[in-house]
Design a protein around this ligand. Structure first.
Ligand code: ADP
Ligand code: NI
Length: 198
């Protein structure tokens, strides 16, 4: 039932935020929690499923309406008892959320954040970044001053390379190391090819 609700809500998003992203975040969150046993598994799974249903990048008008829809859904689905917790998590999970409020130490939030960030790095993270860049028609790279002109490569420096050091859990940190290294290897090869060093 929650699956169906989520599929409908995210149908308009780019394919880096598709159902498979949700599935990967679910699996990563479960993996982290199986290792660390910090959160209630059911609440964690529901929060993973719902974490992207109100995304300001895709819902331009009235995000508050999006939260209300989630609240009504949870009441109807018999999840009233975890509604406030889950909606609080959805509000705070985003990397780009500049106004966090509420219980920022909720272990469910900490794990979902790690899972979501892990899916933004490594091979999948690279694929998602270029997919999102394509969706927005951003340049792949601006060689002269890549830090100033926004491009998908500049997004690596603005966000992706920072995520490893932002992990909340030990397991998240452990998983992030290898994914981070993979991005560094990718960038090295990218510049090599770009600069014509064959
Ligand atoms: P959050 O919702 O946690 O703020 P985002 O939705 O911004 O995270 O990121 C989701 C995915 O989209 C990530 O894989 C991220 O790398 C990618 N993405 C976001 N902004 C950009 C951008 N400007 N260029 C390329 N990829 C981006
Ligand atoms: Ni997400």
């Amino acid at each position: 039932m929650t699956e169906e609700f989520v599929r409908k809500r995210i149908a308009e998003y780019d394919s880096g935020h598709d159902w498979w992203h949700i599935e990967r975040v679910r699996r990563l969150a479960k993996y982290i929690n199986d290792a660390e046993r910090l959160a209630d598994p059911f609440t964690l799974d529901v929060a993973a499923l719902l974490h992207d249903v109100v995304d300001s990048k895709f819902i331009k008008d009235y995000p508050e309406n999006g939260y209300t829809v989630v609240e009504i859904f949870m009441e109807t689905a018999g999840m009233e008892y975890i509604k406030d917790q889950v909606v609080g998590i959805i509000r705070n999970v985003s990397f780009s959320n500049k106004n966090p409020e509420g219980n920022l130490k909720d272990p469910v939030l900490l794990i979902i954040q790690d899972a979501d960030r892990l899916d933004a790095i490594g091979a999948i993270g690279i694929a998602r970044a270029f997919n999102y860049g394509g969706f927005r028609n951003s340049p792949i790279f601006y060689p002269d001053n890549e830090q100033q002109v926004p491009s998908t490569i500049s997004h690596f420096y603005d966000k992706l390379l920072k995520l490893r050091d932002m992990m909340n859990t030990d397991t998240g940190r452990f998983l992030a190391v290898q994914r981070h290294e993979f991005i560094e290897i990718f960038l090295k090869q990218f510049y090599k090819e770009w600069n014509g060093e064959f």
